[in-house]
Write a protein that binds this ligand. Structure first.
Ligand code: SF4
Ligand code: SF4
Ligand code: SF4
Length: 267
């Protein structure tokens, strides 16, 4: 963790147990309620996931997956998706003005007042999470905040608090990781042997265990265990001249954004 020495030992995480999720979408609704997010016009797809994708107004959604079993049968499985709150986030490292910040307690949060709208965060995120408000005159980047506002008050995320089955558990990441491994060990043959998020792209705050292979649940698998920023750290130390050029360009963008905010305020 060369660049992330500020993280607290007891930083938070969420353990998602896919075997316990019943697809009720209470978490989806709780997120909308807490964050005052409007409903969006949607469409049915042939897998019942609704809406089909996360967006600037839907920061989490429950994917419905019809899984074919080895004996020829089929079964439904459901999985809640949102920002993973990576341990070493690519969105943060791609943002030259530091509009994305990995907080010491775990959440990766966004500061709209300093965002210049370059959208590199969207390109950098390996999970395709950040969404842009394309329909707004003064757009922002939107994604799950890990309910950093609630965490500051000692509360858990709204989505976790509402889950009726215990499929979501909020706590200290390292303790949840241990618990995940214990659950796997305690029920031989029930779970897949790995915890998704322990190592993927350097590890994530949201951890998943599942009885069906993660790729069948729509997860990116066989991905690097190195974080994306760790690649750029080794490159950036050789590119001071590029950095100088970027600084000039981004200063111009920053001034533009500042002016844009002033105009918005006047209106
Ligand atoms: S999942 Fe994407 S948006 Fe979320 S912290 Fe990781 S890189 Fe950033
Ligand atoms: S942590 Fe908060 S912002 Fe993120 S999905 Fe849950 S309710 Fe929504
Ligand atoms: S509230 Fe819990 S059980 Fe319901 S869809 Fe969300 S994670 Fe699954």
């Amino acid at each position: 963790m060369a660049g992330y020495t500020h993280l607290n030992e007891d930083r938070k995480g969420v353990l998602v147990d896919i075997t316990k999720c019943i697809g009720c979408r209470s978490c989806q609704v709780a997120c909308k309620n807490w964050n005052n997010l409007p409903a969006e016009k949607t469409s049915f797809t042939n897998d019942w996931t609704n809406p089909p994708k996360t967006s600037a107004t839907t920061w989490t959604r429950v994917a419905f997956r019809l899984i074919e079993e080895n004996n020829g049968g089929i079964k439904w499985r459901f999985v809640k998706n949102q920002c993973f709150h990576c341990e070493e986030p690519a969105c943060e490292s791609a943002c030259f003005v530091h509009a994305f910040i990995k907080l010491a307690d775990g959440p990766v949060v966004y500061k709209p007042n300093i965002c210049v709208g370059c959208r590199y965060c969207m390109l950098a995120c390996p999970f395709g999470v950040p969404a842009y408000e394309w329909d707004k005159a003064f757009p922002e980047v939107k994604k799950c905040t890990f309910c950093a506002d609630r965490q500051k008050e000692g509360l858990g995320p709204a989505c976790v608090s509402t889950c009726p089955t215990g499929a979501l558990k909020f706590g200290v990441r390292k303790e949840l990781l241990e618990e995940a491994k214990q659950r796997i060990a305690a029920s031989p043959g029930k779970y897949q042997p790995t915890v998704y998020g322990e190592k993927e792209y350097g590890g994530t705050s949201w951890l998943y265990i599942s009885d069906v292979p993660f790729e069948q649940m729509g997860f990116k698998t066989n991905v690097s265990e190195r974080s994306i920023p760790s690649y750029t750290w080794s490159v950036l130390k050789w590119t001071p001249y590029i950095a100088v050029g970027w600084t000039a360009a981004l200063t111009a963008l920053y001034l533009y954004t500042k002016r844009r905010a002033e105009v918005e305020e006047d209106h």
